[in-house]
Write a protein that binds this ligand. Sequence first.
Ligand SMILES: [Zn+2]
Length: 220
Amino acid sequence: MNIILLGPPGAGKGTQATRLQNERGMVQLSTGDMLREAVAKGTPVGLQAKAVMESGGLVSDDIVSGIIGERLDRPDTDKGVIFDGFPRTRAQAEALDGLLGERGRKLDHVIEIAVDEDALVDRITGRYTCAKCGEGYHDRYKQPKADGVCDRCAGTEFKRRPDDNAETVRTRMAEYRAKTAPILPYYEARGLVSRVDGMAEIDAVYAAILAILDGGPAAR
Ligand SMILES: [Zn+2]
């Protein structure tokens, strides 16, 4: 089972990918991680990438494909792969089909964790944590029982992440749409795209993802 997992920042993609790895033995492959690893290990393609990067150049699609190919040849990918951050273009999507096909594999699903932008802004901008113990709170959904006092450690200092503001969230959503726009139509035309409701509870999102993985084409 090989999938591409898509979702804007804040949709909980990382959490879901971690669960798929822990519970299903799938391996998440992000291009950045694979590249760093290949360079560190000095694989044949890693050495090529290193030379390009050291000369200040951009790593080409061919090199990225080579690195993914090397990674797919390792046995820990047998139970399935979750592609993260790749492909970004139609050419890369076609290259990925080739890489999988050469190995007798295929891409089974493209799963998008979909969010409602306004609801996401509401969810992210309202959150804050206890400065002492890190307990999470939310302006609207989870206030401390006693005003201004942490339920867990009785601390009275709270903090917000500077990135948790509406403008940043909307900018990231726009970036996400721009990044996925080139590849979604390619996969939609082949009936591979499924969407799950990313505003649901974490467990419900995970259950929806499993239903797609286990349900095959009929679940789409
Ligand atoms: Zn606390």
